[in-house]
Design a protein around this ligand. Structure first.
Ligand SMILES: Cc1ncc(COP(=O)(O)O)c(C=O)c1O
Length: 345
């Protein structure tokens, strides 16, 4: 950028140029038992749309504009668990596109209301049907994209710009912020874009710098089929779970399993309990996938600590707690669903 057009620090010509460069923050109270090792979190709620998906929303739109797939006045149609929709709606508002989103009915009302507040049309579809079912949110999105004139369907599950965005932004940011000292990278897996692109960048930069390559740990949800696919190469039977944003009932082509060293599974209760602990003990108000991510990151740091190692574990916290206020941050909702929040204090 030439000097005349540069802006003062932390000042942006538009909202989308404020995406990325999120803070990396050390956990302190929740990890006070650790001696040598540390856990750091990449606080993606600091993106202007409130989640890590702002990063891919922008890049998928830029890619579509460049290829002529999205023309002025066009409509973006996408299946989303909410956050990608918000990222796309934010970019669409800035650039004058319409948005039509499909979501599974297990997603929080706050996310649906937020998408509508940003001008999107939202179609809520049943969660308990197979991906190929014409009623699933994947299939409804595909159908609407064929029916609506001027529609463009990014499909984050297969879009090359999804992992590529993290390769160019999230990965290098983490390398720089840790000064190359990162030993473990932990991320929940939905489309797999975050873990695939970030780990590719971390592996490459570490090799170029003759540094040790960090271990890459994926976090999957109990009920999802990703861990079994990774470990055994077989497709298990998916079952429903309540935590939002990660785990899948099919294998997304945006996931590069060769970039991953281990996959751990977490259940709903673990995700909710650890997310609430993050809010109460660290003041970080985050979503359920953040709880799952942090549970695995702390387990890894404790194991390393026991071996006397100085691990620097970095976990992605994808979003904020706001969309989940009526769910696991609500004691009545927890009790109705079989958990006793007082046990978690
Ligand atoms: C809250 C939340 N956590 C985790 C993820 C998983 O990220 P990725 O799709 O890059 O694997 C998502 C994706 O939608 C999400 O919305």
């Amino acid at each position: 950028m030439n000097e005349r057009h540069s802006t003062p620090p932390n000042t942006h010509e538009d909202l989308i140029s404020a995406i990325g460069k999120t803070p990396l923050i050390r956990l302190n109270r929740i990890t006070e038992d650790l001696q040598e090792s540390s856990v750091w979190v990449k606080l993606e709620r600091c993106n202007p749309g409130g989640s890590i998906k702002d990063r891919i929303g922008l890049q998928m739109v830029l890619d579509a504009e460049e290829k002529g797939l999205l023309k002025p006045g066009g409509t973006i149609v996408e299946g989303t668990s909410g956050n990608t929709g918000i990222g796309l709606a934010m970019v669409a508002a800035q650039r004058g596109y319409k948005c039509v989103f499909t979501m599974a009915d297990k997603m929080s009302k706050e996310k649906i209301d937020l998408l509508k507040a940003m001008g999107a049309e939202v179609h809520v579809c049943p969660t308990n049907v197979e991906k190929e079912d014409p009623r699933s949110y994947y299939e409804v999105a595909a159908r609407l994209s064929r029916e609506i004139p001027g529609a463009w369907y990014p499909d984050q599950y297969s879009h090359h710009a999804n992992p590529l965005t993290h390769y160019y932004s999230t990965g290098p940011e983490i390398w720089d912020q840790t000064e190359g000292k990162i030993t473990h990278f932990v991320a929940t897996m939905g489309t797999g874009g975050t873990i695939s692109g970030t780990s590719k960048a971390l592996r490459e930069i570490a090799s170029q710098n003759d540094s040790s390559v960090p271990k890459i740990i994926g976090v999957d949800a109990v009920g999802s089929i990703l861990k079994q696919w990774f470990e055994e190469g077989t497709l298990g039977e998916p079952s429903t779970y309540k935590v939002e944003g990660f785990g899948e009932d099919f294998i997304p082509s945006a996931t590069d399993f060769s970039m991953i060293d281990e996959i751990h599974q977490v259940d709903d209760g673990e995700c909710f309990q650890w997310a609430r602990a993050l809010a109460r003990k660290e003041g970080m108000f985050c979503g359920g996938s953040c709880g799952g991510s942090i549970k695995v990151a702390i387990d890894i740091a404790r194991e390393a600590d026991k071996r006397g190692e100085e691990a620097m574990v970095v976990a992605i916290l994808p979003d904020s707690g706001n969309p989940y206020l009526s769910k696991f941050y609500n004691d009545d909702w927890l009790r109705e669903n079989g958990w006793e929040p007082d046990d978690w204090e």
